[in-house]
Design a protein around this ligand. Sequence first.
Ligand code: KG4
Ligand code: ZN
Length: 334
Amino acid sequence: MEPIIFSIETSCDETAVAILKGKNKVLSNLVVSQIDIHKIFGGVVPEIASRKHLNYLNQLTKKAFEEAEIEPDKISAVAVTYGPGLVGALLIGLNFAKGLALNLNKPLIGVNHLYGHIYANFIAFPELKPPFLILLVSGGHTMILLAKDYLHFEIIGQTIDDAAGEAFDKVARMLKLGYPGGPKIDELAKNGKPVYDFPKPLYNKGYDFSFSGLKTSLLYFIKQNKNFKIEDVAASFQKSLIDTLIHKTIKASKEFKINDIIIAGGVAANSYLREKIKTEKEKSKKLNIYFPPLNLCTDNALMIARAGYEKYIRNKFADLNLDAIPNLGLKDIC
Ligand code: KG4
Ligand code: ZN
């Protein structure tokens, strides 16, 4: 019988629950974004995020079971994000999950949020098999990973300062575009041209990334120039950052001789990234490039259920002592 996983994601400013049957039968996938509340402050306010998770979780859970048309005791396990993320926000989801698991007498599964982002692709592409390369680009992480099997991912390169999404958000703030910056820069850039030559730090050096120099050069550009077309600045910044991501990913695919590439995380929603990587695919017919659907790029609980499924089938359960780990890394298994 296929397992049914109920999952919870509260690592940042999205409160999300989902119910997944087997590998990819979506019974429910609900997300409440708190962006409208946090954008007043120009970024996520951790205390408010925790309070809102507490407000939303109960009603979202009820709604998910109604939508899935199953009784809570029919689930096989409760999967929950235990890191990385904001500690207070994680604790709300984690304690809710523990209460539910205890009450229903079902196993608890702790899921690493980063594995969740990667596993979002397996919902859309169940045929995917290791080995594959992963470009993981979110608000908190930027990494190229090599997946040798389903649960062990080797870090090939990562950012030494800002994450890609963080750079988008900070530059958007400099341009007074509000939070979150990624989608705003993406939209503006569609009506601009990449006429400004911003730096591409570490472009030809290994697989690590650095975006703080690019961000600083934007800051000086904005200070020194008054008459610029904001759409062109957005397009130029976006091009420098995304071209660097793609260049290094393709280089890694050649060096490690891996043709299957997964793009994961919030920045995977970027339309220039999606467009540009298609051209790479056209250049090299061997490449297979996978993106999650847009609604599974940014934070959601379905990806947590899918990663939880991999642990469920291997009997990798947590006990009720499972703690939130705000700086959980990829080395910490799933
Ligand atoms: O994966 P995610 O939802 O949360 C984290 O785990 O960090 O990623 C959020 C990040 C934010 O920095 C946001 O600005 C960025 O993803 N983002 C985008 C786009 N949509 C979201 N960045 C560039 N272009 C987009 N369309
Ligand atoms: Zn995320």
